[in-house]
Ligand binder design. Structure first.
Ligand code: GLC
Length: 437
């Protein structure tokens, strides 16, 4: 791409972020997602870090302003002025909950912990160093409380791995990873509170989760409410508890980045490094699958490994988890027809193995390429020295955004954009990838 084209693309990406900016944070997309989402804000801040330090800081600061007293960072911070989204604030039964800062409305679940990584990234690219240092000092205790919450409340057996208790907590809402666990949930008629979906009014229903899955999502929400969001009570009763590879890899990397923040602030980084090492060892011991050559999720309820090879299975590379031999196995699988071989006409990285029976290149997390996963895999490949493939992963993002626009996800076979257009993290991470040079 010429330098002029690159400049035009960056300008278009900034225009998407400007249009989605709500004053203190950025909505993921204009109509489909009118509130603040947790991991979206972290990815969005990574893009802002390259050209607008103040906005990057405000994005993360506003998210942590809604952090619960337990340390939980909510998946959604609701914008009271927005309507037409399900599940909205009343679906969670959390109005006036004393664990939530006064005046804030949030959902009752989390998203992957990519925030410490984002905060360090903002610091590293800041123009105004003293101000960035003050930002680090402000966010450091909040990030610690967030990671502490996860290890304290989401690792009941002390394994060094935390669980997610709803598919939305993984960020990969309808991933094939959840099929077997969700199939065990068959709510009786009165067990799913009545609800009306809004997503299929905005985008093609064929690209979104099925109704049977949505019923189960709502069933789990009702279960959390019934238990008053008490984590021990939920853990004892919840039919869906998953030790997810992506979530745990991001937490491991998050602790490594938080240790670096501690060092920069003159605090002792050793306990955080030690916790990250423990997480890395647990990911290697419990989530690596020698036969499949990829990391797989562990279903805590059935005690079984989930035999679905998804793009998240490569993300331990982002956390420095695999040794050289395992990294080479991951690379071999990525560079094969199951994902996207270097000489094949496929855009890397499909979110699900193209060899799997349920691979659907248009449906949300069941095949399409997502830019945030590409960003994580790009960083991981580069760190392990797989430069050719890393360049290809980055190149796919640039080409797809330039040809199609800032879509939520893309068909890896045709390159067509799907879901909503003007999607914030697609724009933000493109800006970051182009700034990498
Ligand atoms: C969808 C995605 C999730 C994202 C949210 C807002 O639910 O699956 O990962 O955070 O949209 O963009």
């Amino acid at each position: 791409m010429s330098q002029l084209d690159t400049q035009a693309l960056v300008a278009a990406a900034k225009a998407v972020l400007d249009a989605n900016w709500m004053g203190e944070s950025t909505k993921p997309a204009p109509r489909l997602y009118p509130h603040q989402w947790s991991w979206d804000s972290a990815f969005i801040a990574i893009g802002y870090a390259r050209y607008d330090q103040e906005r990057a800081e405000r994005e993360l600061r506003s998210l942590f302003a809604a952090q619960w007293t337990t340390g939980l960072v909510p998946q959604i911070v609701f914008n009271p002025a927005a309507s037409g989204y399900f599940p909205g604030p009343d679906a969670w039964g959390l109005r006036d909950d004393t664990r939530i800062p006064a005046g804030k409305l949030t959902s009752g679940i989390v998203q992957p912990p990519v925030h410490a990584t984002a905060v360090l990234h903002v610091y590293r690219h800041a123009q105004d160093e003293p101000r960035a240092r003050a930002f680090l000092a402000e966010l450091y205790p909040k990030l610690r409380a967030w990671h502490d919450y996860l290890y304290r409340e989401r690792d009941p057996r002390g394994e060094g791995l935390v669980y997610v208790r709803h598919p939305w907590e993984s960020g990969m809402d309808n991933s094939p990873l959840w099929d077997a666990a969700l199939a065990r949930i068959n709510p009786a008629p009165g067990e799913v509170p009545p609800y009306e979906r809004k997503d299929t009014g905005h985008v093609d229903a064929a690209d979104r989760p099925l109704k049977a899955d949505y019923d189960r999502y709502v069933y789990l929400m009702a279960l959390f409410q019934r238990h008053g969001y008490d984590e021990a009570a939920i853990a004892a009763d919840c039919p869906y508890l998953m030790q997810d590879v992506l979530f745990n890899s991001l937490l491991c990397r998050g602790d490594r980045d938080l240790a670096e923040v501690a060092r920069l602030l003159g605090d002792d980084p050793a306990p955080l490094f030690a916790r990250a090492e423990r997480a890395a060892a647990a990911i290697n011991a419990r989530l690596w699958d020698e036969e499949a050559g990829i990391y797989l999720d562990q279903d805590l309820v059935s005690g079984e490994r989930v035999p679905a090879a998804v793009a998240g299975g490569f993300t331990p590379l982002f956390a420095g988890v695999p040794d050289g031999a395992r990294a080479r196995r991951l690379y071999a699988l990525l560079n094969s027809p199951a994902f996207a071989g270097l000489d094949e006409p496929v855009y890397p990285v499909p979110t699900y193995s193209r060899r799997a029976a349920g691979y659907s290149p248009n449906r949300y997390w069941r095949g399409p390429l997502w830019v945030n996963l590409n960003w994580l895999i790009f960083q991981g490949l580069r760190a392990y020295g797989f430069q050719d493939y890393a360049a290809r992963v980055r190149g796919a993002v640039v080409e797809l955004a330039a040809r199609q626009g800032f879509y939520e996800y893309f068909n890896p076979e045709s390159g067509r954009g799907h879901g909503t257009d003007s999607f914030s993290w697609t724009a933000a991470l493109l800006i970051d990838l182009l700034a990498e040079g």
